[in-house]
Design a protein around this ligand. Sequence first.
Ligand code: BDP
Length: 711
Amino acid sequence: MHGKTQCYLTVILAAMAALFAACTAAEGPSAEESGPIPDEDGYRLWLRYAPPGDSAAQYRDAVRQIVVPGDTETARVISRELGSAIDSMLEFSAPVVREWTKTPAVVVGTPSTSEWIRDLGWDADLAEAGPEGFVIRSIRVENRPVIAVASEGEIGALYGAFHFLRLLQTGRSIQALSVVDRPRVQLRLLNHWDNLDGSIERGYAGRSLWQWDEMPGTLRARYTNYARANASVGVNGTVINNVNADARILTPEYLRKVSALAALWRPYGIRVYLSANFAAPVRLGGLATADPLDPGVIGWWKAKADEIYSLIPDFGGFLVKANSEGQPGPKDYGRTHAEGANMLADALAPHGGIVIWRAFVYDEDVDPDRCKRAYIEFTGLDGRFRPNAVVQVKNGPIDFQPREPFHPLFGGMKRTPVLAELQATQEYLGQARHLVYHGPMWKEFLDSDTFAKGAGSTVGKVLDGSVYPFPVTGIVSVTNPGMDANWCGHHFSQANWYAFGRLAWNHGLSAEQIAEEWVRMTFTNDGPTVAAIRDMMMSSWETFVSYTMPLGLHHLIGGNHYAPMPENDRAPRRDWTAVYYHRAAADGIGVDRTRLGNKAVEQYFPPVRDLFDDIESCPEKFLLWFHRRAWDHRMKSGRTLWEELCEKYCSGAEQAAHLRARWRSLAGRIDPQRHREVADRLEIQAADAARWRDHVLRYFQQYSGMPITPP
Ligand code: BDP
């Protein structure tokens, strides 16, 4: 059915590939000139520290010495990272010393470990940057050029060191540096959905990183490299077990293992958190109840918290999935989410810990539409949580769909801190088989204006506490590394780990800048190749949405959350089927969530609610999320809705084929192993995209009764 289009496309792609190859050949060194590029397996992530080409001479002159004052674990981490990075990038060994000896140098430290840093007189800037922020400046001391990287705290100094290395890795000038930077939110956390048996829920990159059987005696090098990768982007905490929590993680046996990891990661600024099973007092403690108001239960959790902090003094706290998808929770005892969260918050408070309570709940008795349920339950509890209890909300109201409008709890919760839960693991986004860069998706979310306090109340600003003065702020990612050699399954899935860290640090960064940094550090600094890969990444999400669930469609899948299954009408719950979400029938498709429908739009502040409510103003990317329309509804393009759907699926599949062609044209510019491995996955992606197009259009055609039209 798409023969003509495909043929036309193939010709264009071939021409573009040839043109592209010609351009790049003219601008960069050819493989012949520089010799064959050695294979890489991706294990070193974005910390490969490859020689930066032309800039190397400039860097060598500036960094004749690495000065890291102080004798702390973190100072040693900084020394090791800078020493080996400079060695590997500049192919020259700069001595690493504790005191500056009047040589062109990079000096990294804090006022408390170094008099030299104190004497810089940067107190005001350091105070502004805070203990996790840093100041980097090119200065002259005793007529010598020095790059000073300073922070109030040593973790800030470590982040500053990584920032400095990123400049080198991405080929930037380091001649007149003047940087003051600090994280926009306090908690920048990973959530691992790792089970104690080594499997990973919705994990696509091999088994769990955590080798529980070997711990605490053996701590693999991978755990240290994991910490380096996280610290390099400012991630400062990690929840290491699945939210569908096995209570045994709280036994003394496991806590000893967890404490070994916490000790290993402490110098990198990474605190450990645990997912707690709400029924642990019953399952581990032998109590008859887990009722949060029961004195025995309260006592059990207090004792458990004391035990944890005796082993892990900087333990972050508990993450809890309660009364969701079969997990136990306070509602089992007629108590509210707030009562459950507060009981745990009280146990943690004396130690400075927090409880992170998930808002991923959708009890059927709350509302017929799953989309509305969490908002109804949690806004009803707003203001009833302890100061050290926060609510973690997924970016959209359903569940990590390829594209969702922002969750109305952002802005809707005014007196309870909310953290955003993103998902780097591409559960509904092609898993580790499709190239889908999440940067643009996360930016669309973070830049969405909630209008909670008038224009400019973006989700990012809600999260960083500038809309409501939240005492705790943060952004979290369900994360993707496993035991695969390249950590994330797909080489490009590493970019989602990286982009999460960068956006959690500063939600104002652009997805494009982040992609470019990552490409330069991960693949090459060759300009045309960087531009080509960055552009592939930037278009990949929209492409994925087009060939899977365009125009606001969502959940057109079955239990594997991967293959197209719009016909899915049988599942243990109605809201786990696909038909519940698209409702295709002869009269049209989509869910009426307008004021005349189920009123889900009313969960948003005006004018967002009006924007979504009005068919004229509702962005078409969310059309079928908020509106039910006839197949011949006229779109802004002039096409009917049916034609527009055909166009989206067809162009999406074409763009997926284009990604494959674009990547093929880069052969010789990327090392052969990674080039091949990515190419193999792009084959799968192109074939899957065509399958999505054919399957979904044929399925909906039974209802539209209209011919499938190529664009
Ligand atoms: C869904 C996943 C499921 C998780 C759940 C959650 O399919 O495996 O347990 O979210 O976030 O996306 O709790």
